[in-house]
Design a protein around this ligand. Sequence first.
Ligand code: URA
Length: 248
Amino acid sequence: MKQSEYSKIITLAKRAVEEYKNWDEEEISTDKENSVIPEQKMTKNTIYPKKNKNAGELLEDLQKQVCNCKKCPLGKHRLNAVFGVGNQYADIMFIGEGPGFQEDHKGEPFIGKAGNLLDKIIEAMGFSRQSVYIANIVKCHPMKDPTDPELRSNDRPPSPEEMSVCKPYLDKQIEIISPKVIITLGASSSRALIQTEEVISSLRGNFKEYMGIKLMPTYHPAALLRNPNLKKDVWSDMKKVLSVLKKG
Ligand code: URA
């Protein structure tokens, strides 16, 4: 290996360690200006060009279908369908459970506290929010009281029925984007894709496969906010993802 390549790797590794140290929730700003669909941006860890040339158009068509979807009751009460954001050529796709209050209001996934922590994880991996793709299993806000989308603390996990009705949209997104690695965040999204009842603490950290793509289950960022001790496990899972991407 050339000296310059070696120095570059050392610099990247040092930066990743620094970013990782900054994952503390005290560091998280809650009003991050991240609420518009971001422009595409190349970063050092993104490999272009590749894959489906029509990905943008296909995603737009699919988004229209999702925005008109009334296949389950969630579609009736949501304020906005939360389709997904990021790069249509992303190598990594993060998949959460479903939109919460803030996501429902803005129409973008992972923009609350947990979303800000997810951004930090992505940055620690050497990517940006704009260079990966972020989506959820269900595209509409599951609410305890669906008649009041303005009510705080009204979030609930999606039911198995809601997930199975909505999952074909996610499958189509995965097919169009065709990422190299899928990262499922938390038990709901991991179980929905892997079809298992295993607990997330034993699922995480071990590669599975979904639609022929490597899938890494890990903890949901909201779990890290509740229990910061889990951050080291997530970082270990992300390092495994990075090493798979490096191998190509
Ligand atoms: N939690 C999720 O699983 N998804 C979001 O979009 C926000 C919070």
